[in-house]
Design a protein around this ligand. Sequence first.
Ligand code: R5P
Length: 289
Amino acid sequence: MIVVPGPSSPKVGERVAQIIGAKKVGVDYKNFPDGESYIRLTEVVKGEEVVLVHTTYPQPDKRVLELLLLINALKDLGATKVKVVVPYMAYSRQDTRFRDGEAVSINTIFRLIEAAGADEFYTVDIHKEFSLGEFKIKAKNLYATEVIAEYLKGMGLHEPYILSPDKGALDIARRIGKRLGTEYGNFEKARDRTTGAITVKGDRVDARERDVVITDDLISTGGTIANACRILKEGGARRVIAVCSHPLLVAGAYERMKGAGLDEVLGTDTVDSEVSKISVAPLIAKEFV
Ligand code: R5P
C-alpha cells in the first residue's frame, strides 16, 4: 500500500504514511496562467493499492477538481485500488434542496468522485451522514470526537458543559460529553436561507461558573459560535471554548468570536489553520492498518 498526500493535505498525508509505515508518493501540481490545474504523480503507481489524502479547503472548487484529476490519474496509471480520504468534504452542507431550484451539490460531487474511479471513500465529520448514501462504493464517516475528547481531557476544564449551538451538531456534543463523562446539550439556531443571518436561542442551559465547550462540525464566519458565546457569557459562564472538526475560519471569523468574548478556539487539521492543534492522522491511519 502507498500513500499519496494530495497538494492540499501534505502534512496529514505524510503523518498517515508514517503511522501505517507506507511509502509516500508525491504529486507535482501547478496552476496554468489561465487558472487551470495541472497534476502529475511523481512515481510509478501501477499495481499499487493507494490511499489518497486530499482535503477540499481552501479554494473548495479548485480542490474538488484536483481531487477528481488525482483519482482518475491514479486509476489510469494502473493503481489497483484508490481509497480516497477527504478530511474535510466541502459542499457537504448543501445536502438538500432547501429552496426550489437549488443544486444538491454534495450529491453531484459524490457521483463525480465515484465516476473518476474511487474504490472507497472516507471523510471526517461530514455535515450529515445520510449524504454518504449517494455512493455505491464503500463510504465511511470518521468521528473526530475521539481525538477532540482526548485533547479536552488534558485542558483541566472546570465543571465542563459540552454544548452544540444547534440541534444538528448535538450528536458531536453527545459523543464528546459521553467520552468526558460530562453534561451536554444544545441551543436552538435558525438561519435565514436567503440572507444567511443567524439567530441562536439558549434559555435552557445553566452555564453559571462553568467552562462551556461549544462543539460544531465546522466554523466558517464564526457567527454561530459568536452568538452562542454571547448568551453563555451573559449567563455567567466562567470560560467559553469553541472546538470544531473543520476550522475554515474565513476572513474576520476569529475576531468576530473573540469580540463576543470567546476565550479559545480549537480545531483539527482536516484543514490547515492557526487553531488546527488536534490531528486526525491517527484516526485516518487506523482505517488502513
Ligand atoms: C451549520 O449547520 C454548521 O454546522 C455550522 O454551524 C455552520 O456552518 C457554521 O457557520 P458559521 O461559522 O458561518 O456560523
